[in-house]
Design a protein around this ligand. Structure first.
Ligand SMILES: [Zn+2]
Ligand SMILES: [Zn+2]
Length: 177
């Protein structure tokens, strides 16, 4: 668990007609907004990535897909709506120095969802891995690794990489005391 600050910045917004047609785009120059909240995070070591043979160029997509899927499955263990939860994944995080996946509470100060995910991490990530693996799509779809509120347009996403990554993380959890 970690207390983290999630920083979001609104850089522009679109003005639309009631029909949905975009009128114009207004550029904004606003200070970044910070949301002090709580997150559950896990890191992945280079040794682990090596062991499962995930090439470096596939790591961001695997982390990102695993993050989306974990957000989708958190309601299973934490009685929340996926809209209450946000996530960040990066192949090199400044604070951890490692590839890292964060899932954070979307409420200021945290509403306990991240804690519940943390306390049931094995159950949560097992359900996540199994759901992605059971999905019949080939490259990811809205039922498994796509997220409706992704800030990066659901790119990159690596479904097979996420399954391998989650399995390896579960294996590491299993063998740690
Ligand atoms: Zn799918
Ligand atoms: Zn995303």
């Amino acid at each position: 668990m970690a207390a983290v600050e999630v920083t979001g910045q609104v850089v522009a917004y679109l003005r639309r007609l009631p029909s949905g047609e975009v009128l114009d785009q207004i550029e904004l120059d606003l200070p970044a907004q910070t949301l002090p909240t709580r997150a559950v995070l896990y890191t992945v070591t280079p040794e682990l990535l090596d062991r499962i043979g995930l090439a470096p160029e596939r790591v961001p997509g695997a982390l990102h897909a695993a993050e989306h899927a974990a957000i989708g499955l958190l309601p299973l263990v934490a009685t929340c709506d996926r809209g209450d939860i946000g996530g960040v994944s990066t192949d090199l995080h400044a604070d951890t120095g490692l590839p890292t996946v964060f899932v954070y509470d979307g409420h200021p100060g945290g509403a306990g969802f991240a804690e519940r995910g943390f306390s049931r991490i094995t159950q949560w990530l097992t359900a996540t891995r199994d759901a992605v693996r059971a999905c019949e799509c080939t490259d990811g779809c809205p039922s498994c690794v796509h997220s409706p509120k992704c800030g990066n347009g659901n790119d990159p996403l690596d479904k097979a990489g996420a399954i391998a990554l989650l399995s390896a993380v579960l294996g590491a959890l299993d063998s740690s005391p």
